[in-house]
Design a protein around this ligand. Sequence first.
Ligand code: HEC
Length: 430
Amino acid sequence: MEAHFTEWLNLGIRWIHMITGIAWIGASFYFVWLENNLNRSNPREGLSGDLWAIHGGGIYHLEKYKLAPPKMPENLHWFKWEAYATWLSGVALLLVVYYLNPSLYLVKPGVELSPAMGIAIGLGSMAISYVIYHFLCDSPLGKRPALLGAVLFVLIIAAAYGFSQIFSGRAAYIHVGAIIGTIMVGNVFFTIMPAQRALVKAIEENREPDPVLPAKGLLRSRHNNYFTLPVLFIMISNHFPSTYGSQYNWLILAGIAILAVLVRHYFNTRHDSSKYVWTLPAAALGMICLAYVTAPIHRSPTAAPVAAAEQPASATLAKVEEVGEAPATAEQAAPSEAPAAGSGVDFAKVESVIHERCTVCHSASPTSPMFSTAPAGFMLDTPEQMKAQAAKIHAQTVATQIMPLGNITQMTQDERDLIGSWIAKGAQIN
Ligand code: HEC
């Protein structure tokens, strides 16, 4: 019952997080677009440009002031609650998913780290990262944006590496997302909003606004802009075990982040020049390269029989079956009554391993108190289900070893190898 309510709590918070995140990033993309598309030729007195647009059946005319209108409007819209709500709901989600079940989701299996310590590191790193970032931006490095960007990138990837040593792959990724998200919302809260308030106040008091604050705000909002695409990837990354589940997950994240920043850079500059069009095909090529280098073919299951080690551990069932057919040897020709003897993989053993290590959770009626229904709807109660899901089982328990979750059921390497060779030989169940 408790598991059921946690699921709905997760659902509610995640939904809010997504809605507010879309509102925040959507507004941010829109204003960057607006800025880049302003018509700046012959603007009206006091304007820096204007723009006409049609949307939702209406025609809009927007004007941007060089500084401010002669008189402040009664209703000035501010964009901040989308940012704050995204961060707050994100932290709540971190609590519900990772900190409520730290031994399952947070701490890397086999690492000596108490759950409390893991949580402290998670939350502490968010705060410390913002302080370091803030300090760097205000240091002389702040005057050299490209160098600052490179330094920030290296620091973030160093954090990813650190997390990957103590946290599960998913938790490592999400904590990188959390520190970037904290920096982004910190920029809104501590720099951009105060700069805007000072601007409005100066205008109301008929003073010259201090030019330093808006310049700081601009640098921070530019950082936020480049952060968006990597953060969005991190938020969906838990669907992609070949990224976070890899031993080199931090390096894969670095690669994806670079590609994302390149693409963002093109979209930020394309109105002035097409100097960076190359970034689009380069990013596409980069993704193909990443798909290639992360392919399970490069991982050799330790101590697995030769057949298993040499066959590509495919993510598709079709391929797995093909693999099974590949060694068209005596085993294949052996009469089906005695398959175990010939192939050397006894399905009865595989079945008992799966029942022991997986079906506490992956069952129509899980016995684990943490789940009221099979996680991800994924069930391994019957031999037929095991065969049909062989490719997924391989991906998660042999190739990346992210299952069993938190290795809570203490699966051994021998058992993983057994499953690996069973699948490599065609996942026979009779
Ligand atoms: C403690 C509970 C638990 C145990 C034990 C466990 N899993 Fe999982 N498994 C999960 C959860 C939770 C998810 C969903 C992860 C997510 O949120 O994406 C999952 C997801 C999966 C998926 C992805 C399903 C899909 O369609 O996306 C596979 C495959 C999987 N598990 C296989 C296994 C195998 C094989 C074992 C045993 C060796 C195992 N799991 C043991 C909890 C468990």
